[in-house]
Ligand binder design. Structure first.
Ligand SMILES: [Zn+2]
Ligand SMILES: [Zn+2]
Length: 321
């Protein structure tokens, strides 16, 4: 099938490049991919509502926090409420639209619990109130409700020309400022670029020149990023058996586990933010339907809603650096 990503076969590099550039993942990460925005949102989901509380938890500069809160209000993910007139003080609450980020927040929690270095900044345990049990979030298919992992999906590529057309303004401009200070996608050791690189590896690009081509990233920058990802155990770098002059990059268990986050994030960006189909389309092999993620409680198997989960507040701060 044209556009199908087949493991083990050389990817169609032009198609993969355009698919990445027009993916809802790339475009979504432009909006929510910086570390402070993600950290502020994670705070909101653990009950932080006041400026001072975010500031003391995150150690975020005042002007940056003001800017991120303003942005999240403009995106209608947070709502501002004045609770004191003089001096004026505001609280911020997640909106209905903001609550739709919950699946990806659960995936961040799960990944961080398994692989992260700052487990103390998120709740240690989640309790599903309807069933009363501690649970871990389970990624499932919303069509057939079966638990789903990366190997259960077949990826197909269909370029979204509308998003490809806006690529110049979004993806490229941030490529230039590639070092992004604000690049910490999960507020963790995984940044926006690592997510895009992992995504390209998932799409079958395993060699340096392939990654440089499909991501449109300068060799020096890519080289630095790849060695950083090997150091932090997000990529394996091995000598290619068929050509010992080349290195081959593969996913590790930690980066494979980011797939659940990537698919929840892309779906949110597609359905709730951009209102555009993604160029990277997973099909659930088991039921043959387009894969739309659903997050289930590991104890009772029901879908998890943000208002049906309780947790102990973290004892340590969210982000220390
Ligand atoms: Zn299914
Ligand atoms: Zn449950």
């Amino acid at each position: 099938m044209p556009g199908t990503v087949t493991p083990g076969f050389a990817p169609d590099l032009d198609r993969t490049r355009d698919a990445i550039a027009s993916s809802t993942l790339s475009h979504g990460l432009m909006v929510l991919g910086d570390r402070w925005t993600t950290a502020v949102l994670l705070g909101a989901f653990t009950g932080v509502q006041k400026f001072e509380d975010w500031q003391s938890q995150l150690g975020i500069p005042r002007s940056t926090l003001t800017d991120r809160l303003k942005k999240l209000v403009a995106l209608d993910l947070l709502r501002q409420r004045v609770y004191q007139q003089r001096p004026q003080r505001c609280a911020y609450h997640l909106t209905q639209a903001g609550l739709k980020l919950y699946d990806q927040v659960l995936m961040i929690w799960m990944w961080e619990k398994r692989w992260g270095s700052r487990k103390g900044m998120l709740p240690a345990k989640l309790t599903h109130l309807p069933c009363g049990h501690h649970f871990v979030p389970v990624l499932a298919c919303s069509a057939c409700h079966h638990k789903t992992g990366m190997n259960d999906l077949q990826l197909t590529l269909k370029i979204n020309h509308k998003l490809l057309g806006t690529q110049g303004k979004t993806v490229r401009s941030s490529r230039v400022s590639g070092s992004d200070e604000a690049g910490m996608g999960l507020g963790l050791r995984v940044d926006r670029w690592s997510l895009l690189i992992i995504n390209a590896v998932i799409l079958g690009c395993h060699y340096f020149d392939q990654l440089a081509y499909v991501l449109g990233i300068a060799s020096s920058v890519l080289s630095r990023r790849l060695s950083g990802m090997v150091d932090t155990n997000l990529l394996l770098c091995q000598q290619d058996q068929s050509d010992t002059r080349r290195n081959i990059y593969r996913l590790t268990p930690a980066s494979r586990d980011l797939f659940a986050y990537l698919v929840c994030f892309s779906t949110w960006a597609s359905r709730d933010h951009l209102h555009q189909p993604s160029s990277i389309r997973p099909i659930h092999k088991h039921c043959g339907q387009a894969f739309v993620p659903q997050v289930l409680c590991s104890a009772c198997g029901d879908p998890v809603k943000p208002w049906e989960v309780s947790f102990d507040l973290p004892t340590k701060t969210f982000v220390t650096a």
